[in-house]
Design a binder for this molecule. Structure first.
Ligand SMILES: Nc1nc2c(ncn2[C@@H]2O[C@H](COP(=O)(O)OP(=O)(O)OP(=O)(O)O)[C@@H](O)[C@H]2O)c(=O)[nH]1
Length: 346
């Protein structure tokens, strides 16, 4: 592969590249709105080829292309690498006689471009990150109006780049907000509101597809004593650890949430009372042997479990399940803690 002389880098290259990366546009998926703007450029300039090019460190990457399917080229082989060196863009009516472009492979070889015009894509803080450009295999000069419109259109391309970046930022912060609104900070489990909503969904699903639905309520034993002995912070670490412990052990179809302070709730769709009781017993035994490492030392914790199953029917509801699971859990407390009790079927 022949190599070509390096096209000069602009003085602000490092900051320019940082600005380009900020938009997250490089290697992004095809976007018909950009394709449309490239096509508009070709129509305005009455040429067969148009590109929206981003000038990266060592390559020029095409966000959109019209008339060809090129996706990227080495930076030192691309006309746009010259464009970003110019304040006002670059128009070369005859590429074959211009020292900057005559030797380039797309001029000297296929497709033998002869005319190039590129308008810079300029960020709001003034960096030239790429170009909206048109090419022709005929030698010709674009009219002043065509160049002006191409430049105006490059502003629209830049506005779209900014919009897409803002959209991405917005959906990222929406995700964060959704997470904050859904999950409990300390345990990483669903918060009470999300837990109740999930249970309501599962009650409806159980009715619809006629399958059982089980709920396990578990409450840490003598948690006040853990707080009093080791401090509230250590208690928090234990709660966090128990949240992780449960998340790691549940099936993907199950859900776990924080119902109250140290009272947690598991939803097991499609699970009979017998199977849910087995799950609770397994969790009880595993928790009994787990150790939670805190700054106050390793702390062991046990929990009392109440298990209930609901069959699809008129009595099945979130409150009937929760009440029955709660009663069973309190019976486990009364009967000595660190045990599983089964509730009446709902
Ligand atoms: N560290 C910490 N403690 C909490 C949190 N939420 C609730 N607690 C504590 O959990 C304790 C619950 O105490 P109790 O309701 O008396 O129950 P218990 O000591 O666990 O006793 P039994 O449930 O009867 O086994 C209280 O001291 C609460 O302050 C929390 O987020 N962090």
């Amino acid at each position: 592969m022949p190599t070509y002389p390096a096209i000069p880098r602009p003085d602000d290259e490092a900051a320019r590249l940082e600005a380009l990366r900020r938009y997250g546009i490089l290697d992004s998926a095809n976007d018909p709105d950009f394709d449309f703007l490239a096509e508009m450029a070709a129509v305005i300039c009455d040429v067969p080829y148009a590109f929206i090019s981003m000038v990266d460190a060592e390559r020029v990457w095409m966000k959109a292309s019209f008339g060809t399917t090129a996706t990227q080229l080495p930076r030192d082989e691309e006309y746009c690498s010259w464009t970003i060196l110019e304040d006002r863009g670059l128009h070369i009516p005859n590429l074959t006689t211009d020292a900057r472009t005559a030797y380039l492979p797309k001029t000297a070889g296929e497709p033998r471009y002869q005319m190039y015009c590129g308008a810079n894509l300029i960020t709001s803080d003034g960096y030239r990150i790429g170009a909206l450009c048109v090419m022709d295999t005929q030698m010709r000069a674009l009219s002043g109006q065509q160049v002006r419109l191409l430049t105006r259109l490059s502003g629209q391309v830049m506005a779209l780049i900014e919009l897409r970046a803002k959209d991405r930022e917005l959906s990222a912060s929406l995700n964060v907000m959704q997470k904050l609104a859904t999950y409990d900070d300390l345990t990483g489990l669903l918060n009470r509101r999300a837990l109740l909503a999930r249970l309501q969904e599962e009650v409806e699903r159980a009715r619809r597809i006629v399958h059982p639905l089980s709920v396990i309520m578990l409450d840490l034993d003598h948690f006040k004593q853990i707080n009093d002995t080791h401090g509230h912070m250590a208690g928090d670490v234990v709660l966090h650890g128990v949240g992780k412990f449960l998340r790691e052990r549940l099936r993907v179809t199950d859900s776990a949430g924080r119902y109250g302070g140290e009272e947690l709730c598991l939803i097991l769709p499609g699970t009979s009372l017998e199977d849910a009781a087995a799950v609770a017993e397994k969790l009880r035994q595993a928790l009994e042997t787990a150790e939670f490492v805190t700054s106050a030392g390793s702390i062991a914790a046990t929990a009392s479990f109440g298990v209930v199953a609901g069959q699809p029917g008129p009595k099945l509801s979130t409150s009937s399940l929760l009440d029955a699971a709660d009663q069973a859990m309190y019976r486990a407390k009364e009967n000595g803690r660190n045990r599983v009790e089964l509730g009446q079927e709902v």
